[in-house]
Ligand binder design. Structure first.
Ligand code: GLP
Length: 261
């Protein structure tokens, strides 16, 4: 696990975008795992800029999103289909047929979840998974208590997550109770992980994930077992970490042969 602390969210987003761009340039048919929420918006904006201004080519990239609300049609304003369209897909050249999100209107949810896992396997697995983190440590929509070996499935949101996400809906009661999410086991199989967290509201969840005990009570703590997980933070999100000075020193004093993080 590598912790990268930058002055502000836009610096962190730029550093993370460079890492993703490097992957796409070296492996044009890379499989990306994508996340929603306000946190990765700056990262997507930077990737769109790189596509437009630097010719970063996504024409062979495939994508799988982490999650979707059950019961929401793709064009519903707060759906994750719509979020991805507005914040990323419309700005880059990923072919439509290469984009997959869980279907919030699936009639047979277990069958749909099994098929989603199968699609990921057939694509050769996810090369790099982008993650945010909930204020309770959730990744995707894997709420505290989720099996650390879970696969794509239905989950029920906690009251605090419904409250956190109410800002994307007209009324708090419009937030669905149920979602489809990639499991923690699914996420852990991706070859690399890029987790972003910004703001003081995430500092406790980040401290638990990075320096706390491995526990389903903080699902992101499973990333301590991932061989290639990088955690990009702003100063506020890092404020409850004990080893901040060490993480900063490591990042600023990398041997020249180590690639740009
Ligand atoms: C939702 C998403 C998560 C995301 C989290 C945090 O619950 N399912 O993938 O990490 O929100 O969102 P935000 O980035 O808006 O704080």
């Amino acid at each position: 696990m590598e912790v990268i602390i930058t002055a502000d969210p836009s610096s962190a987003s730029r550093v993370a975008a460079r890492r993703i761009a490097r992957l796409v340039r070296t492996k044009p048919d890379a499989v990306l795992g994508l996340a929603t929420g306000s946190t990765p918006v700056g990262l997507y904006t930077e990737l769109i800029r790189m596509h437009r201004e630097e010719g970063l080519d996504f024409s062979s990239v495939r994508t799988f999103n982490l999650d979707e609300y059950l019961g929401l049609a793709p064009d519903y304003p707060a759906s994750y289909h719509r979020f991805m369209e507005e914040n990323f897909f419309r700005g880059v050249n990923i072919p439509r047929e290469n984009i997959l999100l869980p279907n919030g209107l699936a009639s047979d949810v277990p069958a749909h979840c099994g098929a989603y896992e199968q699609e990921i396997r057939e694509a050769g697995g996810i090369d790099l998974q982008i993650l945010g983190i909930g204020s309770d440590g959730h990744i995707g929509f894997n709420e505290p208590g989720s099996s650390l070996a879970s696969r794509t499935r239905i989950k029920t949101l906690t009251p605090s997550t419904r409250q956190d996400n109410a800002r994307f809906f007209n009324k708090p009661e419009d937030v669905p109770y149920h979602v489809i999410t990639m499991g923690i086991g699914t996420i852990m199989e991706s070859r690399s992980i890029v987790l972003l967290a910004f703001g003081a509201g995430k500092s406790m969840a980040v401290a638990g994930a990075v320096e706390g005990a491995l526990s389903a009570s903080n699902p992101a703590s499973i990333l301590q077992l991932h061989p290639d997980a990088k955690i990009y933070l702003d100063e506020h999100a890092s404020s409850d970490l004990k080893r901040v000075d060490y993480y900063k020193w490591v990042f600023q004093n990398k041997p020249a042969w180590q690639a740009d993080s």
